[in-house]
Design a binder for this molecule. Structure first.
Ligand code: 1CP
Length: 345
Protein backbone atom coordinates (compact mmCIF):
# COMPACT_ATOMS: atom_id res chain seq x y z
CA UNK A 1 0.00 0.00 0.00
CA UNK A 2 2.66 2.49 1.12
CA UNK A 3 4.79 1.95 -2.00
CA UNK A 4 1.90 3.47 -3.97
CA UNK A 5 2.21 6.68 -1.95
CA UNK A 6 2.88 9.72 -4.15
CA UNK A 7 5.31 11.03 -1.54
CA UNK A 8 7.44 7.87 -1.35
CA UNK A 9 7.32 7.52 -5.13
CA UNK A 10 8.68 11.05 -5.48
CA UNK A 11 11.46 10.27 -2.98
CA UNK A 12 12.31 7.35 -5.28
CA UNK A 13 12.60 9.87 -8.15
CA UNK A 14 9.45 8.61 -9.85
CA UNK A 15 7.35 11.07 -11.81
CA UNK A 16 3.80 11.57 -10.52
CA UNK A 17 0.98 13.13 -12.55
CA UNK A 18 0.06 15.13 -9.43
CA UNK A 19 2.82 16.13 -6.97
CA UNK A 20 2.51 14.94 -3.37
CA UNK A 21 1.79 17.80 -0.96
CA UNK A 22 2.71 18.47 2.65
CA UNK A 23 3.68 21.63 4.51
CA UNK A 24 6.45 22.42 6.97
CA UNK A 25 4.70 23.36 10.25
CA UNK A 26 1.44 21.95 8.92
CA UNK A 27 0.46 21.45 12.56
CA UNK A 28 0.84 24.71 14.41
CA UNK A 29 -0.52 27.96 15.68
CA UNK A 30 -2.27 28.99 12.43
CA UNK A 31 -4.87 26.26 13.14
CA UNK A 32 -7.59 27.13 15.69
CA UNK A 33 -7.86 23.45 16.68
CA UNK A 34 -4.11 23.51 17.48
CA UNK A 35 -4.44 26.66 19.59
CA UNK A 36 -7.29 25.06 21.54
CA UNK A 37 -5.06 22.13 22.56
CA UNK A 38 -1.98 24.35 23.06
CA UNK A 39 -3.82 26.58 25.54
CA UNK A 40 -3.96 23.68 28.00
CA UNK A 41 -0.14 23.63 28.35
CA UNK A 42 2.10 26.32 29.79
CA UNK A 43 5.36 24.89 28.48
CA UNK A 44 5.34 23.75 24.84
CA UNK A 45 7.76 20.90 25.60
CA UNK A 46 5.35 19.45 28.18
CA UNK A 47 2.85 19.16 25.33
CA UNK A 48 5.52 17.38 23.23
CA UNK A 49 5.93 14.87 26.06
CA UNK A 50 2.29 13.77 25.83
CA UNK A 51 2.05 11.15 23.04
CA UNK A 52 -1.76 11.16 22.85
CA UNK A 53 -1.88 14.93 22.45
CA UNK A 54 0.95 14.88 19.87
CA UNK A 55 -0.89 12.22 17.90
CA UNK A 56 -4.01 14.38 17.83
CA UNK A 57 -1.98 17.42 16.71
CA UNK A 58 -0.22 15.51 13.90
CA UNK A 59 -3.60 14.36 12.56
CA UNK A 60 -5.24 17.80 12.60
CA UNK A 61 -3.84 19.03 9.24
CA UNK A 62 -4.36 15.59 7.66
CA UNK A 63 -8.03 15.59 8.62
CA UNK A 64 -8.51 19.16 7.45
CA UNK A 65 -6.58 19.16 4.14
CA UNK A 66 -6.17 15.51 3.12
CA UNK A 67 -2.39 15.88 2.64
CA UNK A 68 -0.02 13.29 1.16
CA UNK A 69 2.31 12.97 4.16
CA UNK A 70 2.06 13.39 7.88
CA UNK A 71 4.89 14.66 10.11
CA UNK A 72 5.61 13.63 13.67
CA UNK A 73 4.48 16.31 16.09
CA UNK A 74 7.49 17.15 18.22
CA UNK A 75 10.40 19.59 18.13
CA UNK A 76 14.08 19.53 17.21
CA UNK A 77 15.02 20.66 20.74
CA UNK A 78 14.02 17.35 22.37
CA UNK A 79 17.65 16.19 21.98
CA UNK A 80 19.28 19.10 23.88
CA UNK A 81 16.55 18.63 26.49
CA UNK A 82 17.60 14.97 26.83
CA UNK A 83 21.15 16.22 27.50
CA UNK A 84 19.76 18.04 30.55
CA UNK A 85 20.10 21.52 29.07
CA UNK A 86 16.72 22.42 30.56
CA UNK A 87 14.83 23.53 27.45
CA UNK A 88 11.77 25.63 28.13
CA UNK A 89 9.43 27.53 25.84
CA UNK A 90 8.25 30.64 27.61
CA UNK A 91 4.99 32.28 26.66
CA UNK A 92 5.50 34.61 23.70
CA UNK A 93 9.27 33.95 23.65
CA UNK A 94 11.25 31.38 21.75
CA UNK A 95 13.06 28.52 23.45
CA UNK A 96 15.13 29.26 26.56
CA UNK A 97 17.85 26.93 27.87
CA UNK A 98 18.22 26.90 31.65
CA UNK A 99 21.60 25.09 31.43
CA UNK A 100 23.16 26.21 28.15
CA UNK A 101 26.64 25.21 26.99
CA UNK A 102 28.44 28.50 27.65
CA UNK A 103 31.95 27.13 28.22
CA UNK A 104 34.19 24.20 27.33
CA UNK A 105 33.71 22.61 30.77
CA UNK A 106 30.03 22.17 29.94
CA UNK A 107 31.04 20.23 26.81
CA UNK A 108 33.47 18.05 28.77
CA UNK A 109 30.75 17.34 31.33
CA UNK A 110 27.96 16.46 28.90
CA UNK A 111 26.05 13.42 30.09
CA UNK A 112 26.00 10.42 27.76
CA UNK A 113 22.92 10.20 25.58
CA UNK A 114 20.30 7.63 26.46
CA UNK A 115 17.86 7.34 23.52
CA UNK A 116 15.23 6.02 25.94
CA UNK A 117 15.04 9.48 27.53
CA UNK A 118 13.06 10.31 24.39
CA UNK A 119 10.74 7.30 24.52
CA UNK A 120 7.79 9.74 24.59
CA UNK A 121 8.69 10.65 20.98
CA UNK A 122 8.75 7.02 19.82
CA UNK A 123 5.40 6.41 21.54
CA UNK A 124 4.08 9.41 19.68
CA UNK A 125 5.36 7.94 16.38
CA UNK A 126 3.67 4.60 17.01
CA UNK A 127 0.42 6.32 18.02
CA UNK A 128 0.39 8.41 14.82
CA UNK A 129 1.36 5.41 12.68
CA UNK A 130 -1.53 3.43 14.24
CA UNK A 131 -4.02 6.23 13.62
CA UNK A 132 -3.03 7.04 10.02
CA UNK A 133 -4.37 5.16 7.02
CA UNK A 134 -1.74 2.54 6.04
CA UNK A 135 -1.27 4.28 2.69
CA UNK A 136 -0.21 7.58 4.26
CA UNK A 137 3.52 8.01 5.00
CA UNK A 138 4.80 9.47 8.26
CA UNK A 139 7.88 11.72 8.34
CA UNK A 140 10.19 11.67 11.35
CA UNK A 141 12.81 14.34 11.92
CA UNK A 142 15.68 15.82 13.87
CA UNK A 143 17.65 19.06 13.83
CA UNK A 144 21.10 19.02 12.26
CA UNK A 145 23.93 18.68 14.78
CA UNK A 146 24.99 22.27 13.96
CA UNK A 147 21.52 23.77 14.45
CA UNK A 148 21.12 21.92 17.76
CA UNK A 149 24.58 23.07 18.89
CA UNK A 150 23.81 26.69 17.94
CA UNK A 151 20.71 26.76 20.18
CA UNK A 152 22.58 24.90 22.96
CA UNK A 153 25.57 27.27 22.99
CA UNK A 154 23.52 30.43 22.56
CA UNK A 155 21.06 29.30 25.24
CA UNK A 156 18.03 30.01 23.10
CA UNK A 157 17.21 31.72 19.85
CA UNK A 158 18.82 34.88 18.55
CA UNK A 159 18.89 37.03 15.46
CA UNK A 160 22.58 36.52 14.73
CA UNK A 161 23.81 33.94 17.31
CA UNK A 162 26.78 36.24 18.05
CA UNK A 163 27.85 34.40 21.22
CA UNK A 164 27.82 31.06 19.37
CA UNK A 165 29.84 32.34 16.43
CA UNK A 166 32.43 33.73 18.77
CA UNK A 167 32.47 30.52 20.83
CA UNK A 168 33.08 28.23 17.86
CA UNK A 169 35.93 30.34 16.51
CA UNK A 170 37.60 30.37 19.94
CA UNK A 171 36.89 26.72 20.71
CA UNK A 172 36.78 24.82 17.40
CA UNK A 173 38.00 21.47 18.78
CA UNK A 174 35.54 21.43 21.67
CA UNK A 175 32.72 22.49 19.36
CA UNK A 176 33.58 19.64 17.05
CA UNK A 177 33.45 17.25 19.97
CA UNK A 178 29.96 18.52 20.81
CA UNK A 179 28.92 18.18 17.17
CA UNK A 180 30.16 14.58 17.12
CA UNK A 181 28.19 13.76 20.26
CA UNK A 182 25.04 15.35 18.78
CA UNK A 183 25.54 13.48 15.49
CA UNK A 184 25.58 10.12 17.27
CA UNK A 185 22.55 11.13 19.35
CA UNK A 186 20.65 12.16 16.18
CA UNK A 187 21.42 8.77 14.63
CA UNK A 188 20.20 6.81 17.69
CA UNK A 189 17.11 9.03 17.89
CA UNK A 190 16.22 8.59 14.22
CA UNK A 191 16.81 4.85 14.43
CA UNK A 192 14.29 4.61 17.28
CA UNK A 193 11.84 6.67 15.21
CA UNK A 194 12.25 4.23 12.30
CA UNK A 195 11.68 1.26 14.65
CA UNK A 196 8.51 2.99 15.88
CA UNK A 197 7.13 3.42 12.35
CA UNK A 198 8.33 6.46 10.41
CA UNK A 199 8.68 6.14 6.62
CA UNK A 200 11.02 9.06 5.80
CA UNK A 201 13.45 11.33 7.65
CA UNK A 202 13.87 15.09 7.41
CA UNK A 203 16.97 16.79 8.84
CA UNK A 204 16.45 20.50 9.59
CA UNK A 205 19.54 22.69 9.29
CA UNK A 206 17.64 25.88 10.04
CA UNK A 207 20.76 27.85 11.05
CA UNK A 208 22.97 26.80 8.13
CA UNK A 209 23.11 30.45 7.04
CA UNK A 210 25.11 31.55 10.09
CA UNK A 211 28.28 29.97 8.70
CA UNK A 212 30.53 30.97 5.80
CA UNK A 213 31.18 28.42 3.09
CA UNK A 214 34.32 26.88 4.62
CA UNK A 215 32.99 26.95 8.18
CA UNK A 216 29.79 25.36 6.93
CA UNK A 217 31.81 22.36 5.83
CA UNK A 218 33.72 22.15 9.09
CA UNK A 219 30.83 22.70 11.53
CA UNK A 220 27.73 21.50 9.74
CA UNK A 221 28.10 19.61 6.48
CA UNK A 222 30.64 17.10 7.82
CA UNK A 223 28.22 16.11 10.57
CA UNK A 224 25.15 15.92 8.35
CA UNK A 225 27.24 13.77 6.04
CA UNK A 226 28.29 11.54 8.92
CA UNK A 227 24.68 11.25 10.10
CA UNK A 228 23.44 10.26 6.62
CA UNK A 229 26.31 7.74 6.37
CA UNK A 230 25.39 6.18 9.70
CA UNK A 231 21.77 5.92 8.55
CA UNK A 232 22.77 4.33 5.24
CA UNK A 233 25.02 1.78 6.94
CA UNK A 234 22.55 0.55 9.55
CA UNK A 235 20.21 -2.34 8.68
CA UNK A 236 17.27 -0.70 10.46
CA UNK A 237 17.57 2.72 8.80
CA UNK A 238 19.27 2.09 5.45
CA UNK A 239 16.06 2.00 3.38
CA UNK A 240 14.42 5.06 4.95
CA UNK A 241 14.71 8.02 2.56
CA UNK A 242 16.39 11.16 3.87
CA UNK A 243 15.40 14.77 3.10
CA UNK A 244 17.74 17.63 4.00
CA UNK A 245 16.38 21.12 4.56
CA UNK A 246 19.00 23.84 5.00
CA UNK A 247 18.19 27.52 5.29
CA UNK A 248 20.53 29.66 3.17
CA UNK A 249 23.62 27.44 3.20
CA UNK A 250 26.46 29.62 1.88
CA UNK A 251 27.84 26.80 -0.28
CA UNK A 252 24.45 26.29 -1.90
CA UNK A 253 22.68 22.99 -2.46
CA UNK A 254 25.64 21.63 -4.42
CA UNK A 255 27.47 21.15 -1.12
CA UNK A 256 24.40 19.50 0.40
CA UNK A 257 23.95 17.07 -2.47
CA UNK A 258 27.41 15.66 -1.68
CA UNK A 259 25.81 14.09 1.44
CA UNK A 260 23.66 12.04 -0.97
CA UNK A 261 20.24 12.49 0.60
CA UNK A 262 17.28 11.17 -1.40
CA UNK A 263 15.80 14.67 -1.43
CA UNK A 264 16.75 18.30 -0.89
CA UNK A 265 14.15 20.67 0.51
CA UNK A 266 14.71 24.14 -0.95
CA UNK A 267 14.46 27.29 1.15
CA UNK A 268 12.13 29.80 -0.55
CA UNK A 269 14.94 32.05 -1.89
CA UNK A 270 16.62 29.18 -3.75
CA UNK A 271 16.40 29.28 -7.57
CA UNK A 272 14.39 26.36 -8.95
CA UNK A 273 16.10 26.50 -12.36
CA UNK A 274 19.57 26.43 -10.79
CA UNK A 275 18.58 23.64 -8.41
CA UNK A 276 17.23 21.50 -11.25
CA UNK A 277 20.40 22.18 -13.20
CA UNK A 278 22.59 21.14 -10.25
CA UNK A 279 20.63 18.08 -9.14
CA UNK A 280 19.77 16.84 -12.66
CA UNK A 281 17.12 14.40 -11.49
CA UNK A 282 19.55 12.47 -9.28
CA UNK A 283 18.03 13.89 -6.09
CA UNK A 284 14.33 14.57 -5.48
CA UNK A 285 13.38 18.19 -4.78
CA UNK A 286 10.92 19.48 -2.20
CA UNK A 287 9.67 23.03 -1.97
CA UNK A 288 9.65 25.95 -2.20
CA UNK A 289 6.75 28.41 -2.29
CA UNK A 290 7.53 31.55 -0.28
CA UNK A 291 5.31 31.27 2.84
CA UNK A 292 4.70 35.05 2.65
CA UNK A 293 2.67 34.53 -0.54
CA UNK A 294 0.02 32.85 1.60
CA UNK A 295 -0.94 36.36 2.74
CA UNK A 296 -1.83 37.45 -0.80
CA UNK A 297 -5.11 37.20 -2.67
CA UNK A 298 -5.96 33.87 -4.27
CA UNK A 299 -5.42 35.19 -7.81
CA UNK A 300 -1.82 36.10 -6.97
CA UNK A 301 -1.22 32.76 -5.26
CA UNK A 302 -2.70 31.01 -8.30
CA UNK A 303 -0.27 32.72 -10.68
CA UNK A 304 2.73 31.99 -8.46
CA UNK A 305 1.77 28.33 -8.26
CA UNK A 306 1.34 28.11 -12.02
CA UNK A 307 4.83 29.52 -12.62
CA UNK A 308 6.39 27.31 -9.98
CA UNK A 309 4.72 24.04 -11.01
CA UNK A 310 5.61 24.69 -14.62
CA UNK A 311 9.31 24.77 -13.67
CA UNK A 312 9.00 21.36 -11.96
CA UNK A 313 6.79 19.87 -14.71
CA UNK A 314 9.24 17.26 -16.00
CA UNK A 315 11.35 16.85 -12.87
CA UNK A 316 11.49 13.23 -11.65
CA UNK A 317 10.81 13.28 -7.92
CA UNK A 318 9.07 16.51 -7.01
CA UNK A 319 7.33 17.13 -3.67
CA UNK A 320 5.26 20.28 -3.23
CA UNK A 321 5.99 22.22 -0.05
CA UNK A 322 6.70 25.72 1.18
CA UNK A 323 10.24 27.08 1.35
CA UNK A 324 9.91 27.34 5.17
CA UNK A 325 7.22 26.77 7.79
CA UNK A 326 3.67 28.15 7.83
CA UNK A 327 3.60 31.21 10.10
CA UNK A 328 0.95 31.68 12.82
CA UNK A 329 -0.74 34.55 10.93
CA UNK A 330 -1.82 32.46 7.94
CA UNK A 331 -5.50 31.80 7.30
CA UNK A 332 -6.04 28.00 7.07
CA UNK A 333 -8.28 28.60 4.02
CA UNK A 334 -5.14 29.58 2.11
CA UNK A 335 -3.66 26.14 2.75
CA UNK A 336 -6.86 24.58 1.40
CA UNK A 337 -6.70 26.86 -1.65
CA UNK A 338 -3.03 26.05 -2.36
CA UNK A 339 -3.60 22.31 -1.91
CA UNK A 340 -6.63 22.26 -4.24
CA UNK A 341 -4.88 24.47 -6.81
CA UNK A 342 -1.71 22.36 -6.93
CA UNK A 343 -3.84 19.25 -7.52
CA UNK A 344 -5.89 21.00 -10.18
CA UNK A 345 -2.91 22.50 -12.03
O1 1CP B 1 3.92 27.80 21.30
C1 1CP B 1 3.82 27.02 20.33
O2 1CP B 1 2.72 26.60 19.95
C2 1CP B 1 5.11 26.53 19.71
C3 1CP B 1 5.17 26.56 18.25
C4 1CP B 1 5.97 25.36 17.77
C5 1CP B 1 5.50 24.30 16.99
C6 1CP B 1 4.11 24.10 16.46
C7 1CP B 1 7.33 25.08 18.07
C8 1CP B 1 8.24 25.89 18.92
N1 1CP B 1 7.67 23.88 17.51
C9 1CP B 1 6.59 23.36 16.83
C10 1CP B 1 6.50 22.06 16.15
C11 1CP B 1 7.59 21.67 15.23
N2 1CP B 1 8.86 22.19 15.21
C12 1CP B 1 7.50 20.65 14.24
C13 1CP B 1 6.33 19.68 14.03
C14 1CP B 1 5.11 20.32 13.46
C15 1CP B 1 4.93 20.37 11.97
O3 1CP B 1 5.89 20.62 11.22
O4 1CP B 1 3.79 20.19 11.57
C16 1CP B 1 8.74 20.63 13.57
C17 1CP B 1 9.11 19.75 12.40
C18 1CP B 1 9.57 21.60 14.20
C19 1CP B 1 10.98 21.82 13.84
C20 1CP B 1 11.70 22.98 14.39
N3 1CP B 1 11.67 23.48 15.66
C21 1CP B 1 12.66 23.72 13.66
C22 1CP B 1 13.07 23.42 12.25
C23 1CP B 1 12.15 24.01 11.24
C24 1CP B 1 12.24 25.51 11.06
O5 1CP B 1 11.24 26.17 11.34
O6 1CP B 1 13.31 26.01 10.63
C25 1CP B 1 13.17 24.71 14.50
C26 1CP B 1 14.21 25.76 14.17
C27 1CP B 1 12.55 24.56 15.78
C28 1CP B 1 12.81 25.36 16.99
C29 1CP B 1 11.58 26.03 17.44
N4 1CP B 1 10.54 25.38 18.05
C30 1CP B 1 9.53 26.25 18.28
C31 1CP B 1 9.93 27.53 17.80
C32 1CP B 1 9.12 28.78 17.91
C33 1CP B 1 11.20 27.37 17.25
C34 1CP B 1 12.02 28.44 16.55
C35 1CP B 1 12.75 29.27 17.52
C36 1CP B 1 13.56 30.34 16.81
O7 1CP B 1 12.96 31.34 16.40
O8 1CP B 1 14.77 30.15 16.70
Amino acid sequence: MLDQSLFLRALNKKTNSVPPIWYMRQAGRYLPEYRAVRSKFKNFLDMCKNPDVCCELALQPIDRFNLDASILFSDILTIPDAFNLGVEFKEGEGPVFNNPIRNIEAIANLPSFDPQELSYVYKCVSNIRGALPTSLPLIGFCGSPWTLAAYSIEGGSSKDFAFTRNFISENPKETQHLLGVYTDACFEYLKEQVLAGIDAIQIFDSWAGLLGKEDYKVFSLNYINDLVQQLKEDDVTKDTPVIIFARQPKGGIEQLSACKPECISLYWDESIEDSIHILKGNTAIQGNLNPLILKEENSIIYNELKIMLDKFKDYPGYIFNLGHGITPDINPDKIKFVTDTVREL
